[in-house]
Ligand binder design. Structure first.
Ligand SMILES: [Zn+2]
Length: 152
């Protein structure tokens, strides 16, 4: 595991105070920064493939937001993947490319939702289409909403 602040490698979570910050770095933060560091990025926590968010009610609906990334396989990636195909098994170069592209499309969707003033995205879906040989379009979409904690 690697600390996001100092970049040191640690053998386990034991050395971490949050998901990304080691104990040593955390202790150097101001109390306000510590509070913030404990929270995951809010919009990433507030996304779901379902159409409801547990413990929250939807107070405003902005409609569909999208993130679209078009990627072509690099020459090196293609050559590497061709070699891997010969060897057989899972073509890791392609799956890594897909993962990264999905993550980028997700980020883009989140940014659009935030620009609209939403604080959550529900019904999140992914879609990928090969638009021409070696060029893939990855789409991430969902419904941007404002949610409020449910009061009981
Ligand atoms: Zn650190």
């Amino acid at each position: 595991m690697k600390c996001a602040r100092c970049g040191n490698e640690y053998p386990s979570e034991y050395y971490f105070k949050t998901k990304t910050i080691c104990r040593e770095c955390f202790d150097k933060l101001t109390p306000a920064e510590q509070e913030r560091a404990k929270q995951p990025p809010p919009m990433h926590r507030m996304t779901t493939t379902a159409f409801t968010l547990d413990g929250y009610r939807i107070v405003k609906n902005f409609g569909v937001v999208r993130g679209i990334i078009v990627r072509s396989r690099s020459i090196f990636g293609t050559v590497g993947a061709a070699l891997q195909t010969l060897v057989g098994g899972n073509i890791t170069l392609f799956s890594e490319l897909c993962e990264q592209t999905r993550a980028d499309a997700f980020e883009m969707m989140i940014n659009h939702a935030q620009e609209m003033g939403a604080n959550a995205v529900i019904g999140v879906r992914y879609d990928a289409t090969e638009i021409m040989d070696g060029v893939t379009e990855v789409l991430c979409y969902g419904t941007a909403v404002i949610v409020e904690p449910e009061t009981h």
